[in-house]
Structure formats: C-alpha cells, structure tokens
Design a protein around this ligand. Structure first.
Ligand code: G3H
Ligand code: 13P
Ligand code: ZN
Ligand code: NA
Length: 283
C-alpha cells in the first residue's frame, strides 16, 4: 500500500523504532525490498537517487515502484533520496513519489532553509512529505578532528531554527556516519543525537548506515532515529552473489540464474535490517 513518509515515520517516532529506507535501481532490488517488508509485516521506504533516475528512467521507476507498492499490504513510502533541486523534487511529485528529500546541506544555513521551505510549501500542497538535511556527512576515509567535527556535524541550535522555519517533516542529521564502505569503525556522536531529538521531538533520519555496527544502530534508535538509509550493503549483497556464481560457473549466460539468486540475497539482507531496526510486525 502506497503511503506518505510522514504516515510511517510519525508512528515510528511515537513508538520508538526505526524504518529502513532502501535504495533501488532496478526491478530485482525493488522486489527484494518490497517482498522482505511484506514477509516481515514491516513498513518500508523504497528510495531512488537522481543517479537511479538517470540510470533507469523516471517513468520506469515510477510505474514499477507504484505497482510494487500496490501489490503488498504493508505501508510503502516512495521516496526521492538526496534530491538536489526544487525542480527534481517537483518532477518526482508529478510522477507519483509520496516523499521527497531536498538536500540543501551543501548550502550555508540560509540557503538550505530557503530551498527546503520552497519544497515543503509545494510538496505539502500535494500531500507529499519532505525530508531535509542539516550538517554534512563525512567521507569514508576521513579521520575527523574535533574542530572539523563541530564544523560538519549538525548544530542543535541551528536545527531548531531550521525546523521552525522550514516545517520539514523529518530531518537527516550528521553525527559521524558516511556514505559507502567505512575504512575504520565509525564512531557516532550519541550526545548530539540525544540533544537534537530532545529539542525537536520529530522523526530523525540517519544516512550512511551501511557498515555501522549493530550496537551503534540500536543505540541510535533508542535515542530517536526513525529512518535509516541503507544502500551500499544491498549493492554488496547483489554483486557478491553474482561474483560467487560466476566464480563457480564462468560459462553461465542465462541472466535469470545469477540475477535471481542476487535478488534473494538482497532480500535476506533487507530482512536482517528490518529486524535490527525493530520495524518487523509494525504494519
Ligand atoms: O546517498 C546515496 C547513495 O548511496 C549514492 O547513490 O550512487 O545512486 O547517487 P547514487
Ligand atoms: P550507505 O550507502 O552507507 O548505506 O548510505 C545510504 C544512504 O545514506 C542513502 O541516502
Ligand atoms: Zn544518504
Ligand atoms: Na556507510
């Protein structure tokens, strides 16, 4: 069932659990995510980046994801991940997305507020909910010093002003995670998360969650994270299975015989994350 992101996250926020937001780029990834959610009776976010839009085409993603969402009983939010402009957010809303992220985190505070406010006004008029980001995620190889940390991580005072002025529905914050694979072990700034959650009392989003240990994920959820983005670990589940099959059968050419098992491997990874996040049985 297709729903807005706000519907899913308001429940997660009130009940203290997190919902997985999984990036998809093709039919197999999509089926893996939606079927895992259905089996686990879990709400879920299916999300697409602008990179996914240019890879698959907005029309294919729109038709496929809306169809998939209607095949299952669990709530599915159809989300734009890291939307880079007002225009791309509007394009997705016109094509059936029910949740959009406007990522103005590279702008100075006022510019981020301005573009987010514009997207919120238009999206809310269409019944679509909005995620924004404040603070900058690290690079996976960064060894961040205390000073750099303060400059990059989400400032709690700025967060209060940002949310009051934009009326965004859920906020992505920077507390030490990075997109992609980590070199070392990520250390999250839990005190900062606790302060922000306590001030804002709204759904909080964690990006770059692939590669973060289970204990840190559980602690982040206990302190108020409600949406957790996973991309890299799903890509690895898909690709590692293909590598394994090709190593055993180098002459294989029927694509269903490696893409099919890859889809199963991604589904197993999604189920593992759903259980870790505590959204199983919540739909
Ligand atoms: O932040 C989102 C992704 O992990 C990067 O995705 O390669 O589709 O832009 P992309
Ligand atoms: P990972 O690739 O580290 O899982 O990050 C995903 C993400 O934040 C997508 O927006
Ligand atoms: Zn992200
Ligand atoms: Na990561």
């Amino acid at each position: 069932m297709l729903v807005t992101g706000k519907e899913i996250l308001d429940h997660a926020h009130k009940n203290g659990y997190a919902v997985g937001a999984f990036n998809v780029v093709n039919m197999e990834m999509l089926q893996a995510v939606v079927n895992a959610a259905e089996e686990e009776k879990s709400p879920v976010f299916v999300q697409t980046t602008e990179g996914a839009l240019s890879y698959a085409g907005i029309g294919y993603l729109s038709a496929m994801i809306r169809y998939a969402a209607e095949q299952v009983k669990v709530p599915v939010a159809f989300h734009l991940d890291h939307g880079g402009s007002f225009e791309v957010a509007m394009k997705c809303i016109r094509n059936g997305w029910t949740s959009v992220m406007i990522d103005g985190s590279h702008h100075p505070l006022e510019g981020n507020i301005e573009v987010t406010r514009r997207v919120v006004d238009a999206a809310h008029a269409c019944g679509v909910s909005v995620e924004a980001e404040l603070g900058r995620l690290g690079g996976v190889e960064d060894n961040i010093s205390v000073d750099e940390k303060d400059a990059m991580y989400t400032d709690p005072e700025e967060a209060k002003k940002f949310v009051a002025e934009t009326e965004v529905d859920y906020l992505a914050i920077a507390i030490g995670t990075a997109h992609g694979k980590y070199k070392g072990i990520p250390k999250l700034d839990f005190d900062r998360l606790a302060t922000i959650k306590n001030d804002l009392k709204m759904p909080i989003v964690l990006h770059g969650a692939s590669g973060v240990d289970e204990e840190s994920i559980k602690k982040a959820i206990a302190l108020g994270v409600n949406k957790i983005n996973i991309d890299t670990e799903l890509r690895c589940a898909y690709t590692d299975k293909n590598r394994e099959i090709f190593a055993q059968q180098p002459d294989l050419f029927d694509l269903r015989k490696y893409i099919g098992p890859a889809r199963e491997n991604v589904k197993a990874k999604v189920i593992e994350k759903i259980r870790l996040f505590g959204s199983n049985g919540k739909a």
